[in-house]
Design a protein around this ligand. Structure first.
Ligand code: AMP
Length: 279
């Protein structure tokens, strides 16, 4: 497995692979890899000749009071995991390599204005910008994203469509701990007590799934979900919403495919979870 830190080295490797007619799968990550990331890498391994993992804590997607500095990092461990999963390359640039006093950004309207975009107004502009850059640098045939970040996945799909990126975006299911908590690099912030409290998210997801399958309207799904979270003293709701799966706009009834998504503070840690429902 190769490791690159510059755009130039990465491009040179990609050029050679393309010359040999090899297909490339890209898995963009912020590192501190866990089984959620591993599932994306394993899927990319199955579907492509070459697997590239990017490992980069992207500063432009963090707001001024967010956890950029504290975000967990362990490149040695990430690198060993990628090697064990059969990745061909990790691209691990420093922020200075990716950004030189930038003036050009990629942003997306409407879809980025609801859910996480409300609380994190610059987040998706940073995500779209870095993902566009990675698409240009790695020129993948397929790019793999987790359903865990469902709004991000919907936004990237729409960006690829609108801006004519020549690649396929593949969404992969949420990987959970045995007790239901969605795996996340941010779970490492939780104290023992908070880790227990964090189960209110997956419990609410389970409840919501039952209610939506029983044919309930949005409010009849969302109110009991909120009640589960509100019963947990360490939890504070940022949002619990039902939106159209494509436009990310709120819906009152389940007439099209929907996303039911939430962000909840457990102490100071903001966690997200969701489920999709297809009509
Ligand atoms: P991150 O490193 O948090 O930016 O995540 C990199 C990619 O891994 C994103 O596409 C995430 O949606 C995906 N991912 C993170 N956690 C999970 C999980 N628990 N299950 C599936 N995919 C995940």
């Amino acid at each position: 497995m190769k490791v690159t830190t510059t755009v130039l080295e990465t491009r040179q490797l990609v050029k050679e692979w393309k010359k040999e007619g090899k297909s490339i799968g890209l898995v963009p990550t912020m590192g501190f890899l866990h089984e959620g990331h591993a599932s994306l890498i394993a899927r990319a391994r199955k579907e492509n000749d070459i697997v590239v993992v990017s490992d980069f804590v992207n500063p432009t997607q963090f707001g001024p009071n967010e956890d950029l500095e504290a975000y967990p990092r362990d490149f040695e461990r990430d690198s060993a995991l990628c090697e064990s999963l059969g990745a061909d390359l990790i691209f691990h640039p420093e922020p200075e390599e990716m950004y030189h006093d930038p003036c050009a950004f990629v942003s997306i309207d409407t879809l980025s204005e609801t859910l996480c975009g409300k609380t994190r107004p610059i987040h998706f502009k940073g995500v779209c910008t870095v993902v566009s850059k990675l698409f240009h640098i790695v020129a993948p045939d397929r790019a793999y994203f987790g359903q865990k970040d469902a709004q991000q996945l919907a936004i990237i799909k729409k960006m690829v469509l609108d801006l004519n990126f020549d690649l396929e975006v593949i969404g992969c299911p949420i990987v959970r701990e045995e007790d239901g908590l969605a795996k996340s690099s941010r779970n490492t912030y939780l104290s023992q007590e908070e880790r227990k409290a964090a189960l209110c998210l997956s419990k609410a997801v389970k409840k919501g799934q039952e209610l939506i399958q029983a044919g309930c309207s949005a409010e009849a799904v969302l109110a009991p979900m909120r009640a589960i979270i509100e019963a947990e003293p360490l939890a504070k709701i940022d949002y619990v919403s039902m939106v159209d799966a494509l436009t990310m706009q709120p819906v009152e009834n389940v007439e099209k495919d929907v996303l039911v998504a939430m962000a909840v503070y457990i102490g100071k840690t903001r966690l997200i979870d969701n489920f999709s429902y297809e009509v």
